[in-house]
Design a protein around this ligand. Structure first.
Ligand SMILES: Nc1ncnc2c1ncn2[C@@H]1O[C@H](COP(=O)(O)OP(=O)(O)O)[C@@H](O)[C@H]1O
Ligand SMILES: [Mg+2]
Length: 429
């Protein structure tokens, strides 16, 4: 339907026929997706755009196979220079007007905000989005709003790191300002460990800047939400049942609904709203992480995007609607009728890379897929490729998806399937 209609409209058929179709299905909406080449999310967003019959323009930082077939509807833009990317897309809007622009992952959100701002399309303030892209700016904003935060200090050399550890105390966590997926995030239990961690982070980023924070003990949850005209609607609270105590913070299992008492879940939702308000975010998807520290709920992170990796596949809303469809509908002002999750419980495991080397193969994938409750196993790194664990690595080995009656069943199925996988990495070089 989408392709047929798009070809038909674009081929300049007789006006009366066009008019008739327009009357039945309304004008075709056009949307720009800013898709970083490093994202996992291109397929799911493009699939959602297709399901919604949208005319799609894809803007990415690199040429891809899409460019050969999409012509002007595939643009190469410098996502790391949002102003320049916006110049190009605003000029494109003159020739191919679009109704919405969306950054699908961290690297796309600033340019998307800039384009939306210049064209008067609905969007969160660019300064708010920028604060979510810098971990120091985020801490400053949240603490200025009076929210409980770890102690923190921005450092730019070894002396600064030593002074920060002295002031904050150990254990502490060191992190780069603008990476994601726990890359470069390292716990240090002493000044000596902190200096070693700082060197490792600088080697990774090439930047002297490192944020040092006090270590916040406690269990962690992730929250997925969608802000509509200033109202934050929580879509899912995920428990992270594996302990995240460092020294590296590899994410593994996410399960929803949360097994925390409903009162705690309400407080998490309230804390999310306070964080969103503190940043003055007022539109679009957010992904946040919190730790329960004694009686307090501490916002660790707030990102102006939806969940990363392929994790959104663990979520289905209403009658099988994907998170990406929900986000696109929201961006186009189409209304979002049903935000309720449509299974009893679901979850995902990001398959960690256990050791550095070359991936030889991942065996027994079919056995893992056959485990009761498993919905899918996707190995996302091809055999023969180098694999790098955290804190330097930037990819997962793959993803396992499960659903079930209760969160405990989902977690057990994910663990069972993962244990069956035969992960073979040659670490000899
Ligand atoms: N101050 C902290 N105390 C305890 N754990 C932390 C702290 N900061 C980060 N972490 C752990 O490291 C993970 C990644 O840190 P985060 O700031 O969210 O960076 P990223 O953007 O890479 O996800 C968190 O999910 C949490 O498990
Ligand atoms: Mg995080």
């Amino acid at each position: 339907m989408l392709v047929g209609f798009a070809v038909w409209v674009n081929s300049g058929v007789e006006f009366s026929e066009f008019d008739a179709a327009w009357a039945i299905i309304g004008p075709m909406r056009r949307v720009v997706l800013l898709i970083p080449s490093a994202t996992y999310r291109a397929t799911d967003f493009v699939t959602a755009a297709t399901a919604l019959d949208l005319d799609l323009i894809v803007a990415s930082d690199r040429r891809s196979a899409l460019h050969a077939v999409m012509g002007e509807r595939a643009q190469v833009v410098p996502l790391d220079r949002p102003q320049q990317a916006a110049d190009q897309l605003v000029a494109l809007h003159e020739r191919l007007p679009f109704d919405a622009v969306l950054g699908v992952d961290d690297q796309g959100v600033l340019a998307a905000g800039e384009v939306a701002e210049r064209l008067g399309l609905p969007h969160a303030p660019t300064a708010a989005v920028a604060a979510t892209r810098n971990k120091h700016a985020l801490r400053e904003r949240l603490s200025a709003a009076g929210m409980t935060q770890p102690s923190f200090a921005l450092t730019s050399d070894d002396q600064g790191v030593a002074e920060a550890v002295e002031a904050i105390g150990a254990p502490c966590v060191l992190k780069p300002l603008d990476l994601s997926a726990s890359r470069g995030v390292i716990r240090a239990d002493s000044a000596r460990e902190a200096l070693a961690a700082a060197r490792r982070i600088r080697d990774l980023t090439g930047s002297p800047d490192i944020l040092v924070e006090s270590y916040v003990d406690g269990i962690e949850v992730a929250v997925e939400a969608l802000i509509s005209a200033g109202t934050t609607n929580t879509l899912a609270i995920f428990d992270k049942p594996d302990p995240l105590e460092g020294p590296y913070f590899e994410e593994t299992i996410y399960v929803t609904p949360s097994r925390l008492p409903s009162g705690v879940q309400r407080r998490i939702t309230d804390e999310l709203v306070r964080s969103v308000d503190a940043l003055e975010l007022n539109e679009g998807p957010v992904h946040a992480e919190f730790r329960m520290n004694g009686g307090e709920i501490v916002t660790l992170e707030l990102a102006a995007r939806s969940i990363g990796g392929l994790c959104s596949r663990a979520l289905r809303f209403g009658a099988g609607v994907s998170l990406e469809e929900l986000i696109l509908r929201h961006a186009l002002g189409l209304g979002v009728d049903d935000r309720r999750l449509d299974h009893c419980a679901s979850g995902v495991m990001m398959i960690p890379i256990p050791t550095r080397g070359t991936l030889v193969h991942v065996g027994d994938v079919e056995r893992a897929r056959a485990v009761d409750g498993i919905e899918g196993v996707e190995i996302t790194i091809p055999a023969g490729q180098p694999v790098v664990p955290l804190p330097e690595g930037d990819r997962y080995l793959g993803f396992i998806f499960a659903s079930g009656e209760a969160p405990g069943d989902v977690e057990a199925a994910l663990r069972r399937a993962h244990a069956l996988l035969d992960i073979n990495i040659d670490g000899s070089q």
